[in-house]
Design a protein around this ligand. Structure first.
Ligand SMILES: Nc1ncnc2c1ncn2[C@@H]1O[C@H](COP(=O)(O)OP(=O)(O)OP(=O)(O)O)[C@@H](O)[C@H]1O
Length: 208
């Protein structure tokens, strides 16, 4: 279970939000909503330990994440909104590199399968620099198909630049993750139909 209490975030000299409380239990899908600039990405970065809160704390399985970093990172997958690819490497190489950096098991067969499932089978050996925006996005998202055993998925705008079919397939994969007891916390400006009941946290209500 992920627990957030009294969380406040300062960026530069501006307090973005304060007093955010949130609990995410196994099987839950939570959407962080709010207008541009309210601090959704900043909140996700605090949730996965990439930033320090000005106040409050984030706990995973009852332990503050800054006191059990390794265990927390093993249990967490964070996908930011930028594709973060090496343009000279292929999707297959990028995926295997990212998986290795995050301690995921990803042999060639598993990685090829993940790329096929995300619809990049035909492009898997091309240099990433020739991919379209949606295809670049998919390379990052392919990690989701290697992360069934990672319980907490924190996703920043995962549906951006995806076509209708890819949005539907990804929504089904997030539903499947929740159905097997996983947790998803995400931001999206799109209305995506999920089978899992979605809880929305409106960050504008905590804006300073
Ligand atoms: N390093 C930084 N220093 C100062 N201000 C920052 C920094 N990073 C982000 N900000 C500011 O913090 C605010 C919140 O940014 P954030 O990216 O979290 O918003 P968001 O809600 O995710 O927006 P969007 O919906 O546009 O993605 C913005 O006003 C942004 O300019």
């Amino acid at each position: 279970m992920l627990e957030v209490t009294e969380l406040a975030c300062l960026r530069g000299d501006r307090m973005l939000f304060a007093d955010v409380a949130l609990t995410v239990r196994p099987g839950e899908l939570v959407r962080i909503a709010g207008p541009n600039g309210v601090g959704k990405t900043s909140l996700l970065r605090l949730l996965c330990g990439l930033g320090m809160p000005e106040h409050g704390q984030v706990s995973w399985k009852g332990v503050r994440i800054d006191r059990a970093r390794e265990a927390f990172h093993r249990d967490t997958l964070y996908l930011g909104h930028a594709a973060a690819l090496n343009d000279l490497l292929s999707p297959l190489e990028n995926l295997r590199f990212a998986a290795a950096c995050h301690g995921l098991s990803a042999d060639v067969g598993q990685s090829e399968l993940a790329l096929e499932r995300i619809g990049l089978g035909p492009q898997r050996d091309l240099p990433a620099k020739v991919l379209s925006q949606g295809q670049r996005r998919r390379v990052g998202l392919a990690r989701l198909y290697l992360s069934e055993n990672v319980p907490l998925w924190i996703l920043d705008e995962p549906f951006t630049a995806l076509d209708v079919t890819a949005v539907r397939d990804l929504a089904e994969w997030l539903d499947a993750h929740c159905a097997r007891g996983g947790m998803v916390v995400m931001t999206t400006h799109q209305d995506v139909p999920f089978a899992t009941p979605m809880r929305t946290v409106d960050l504008a209500e905590s804006a300073c």
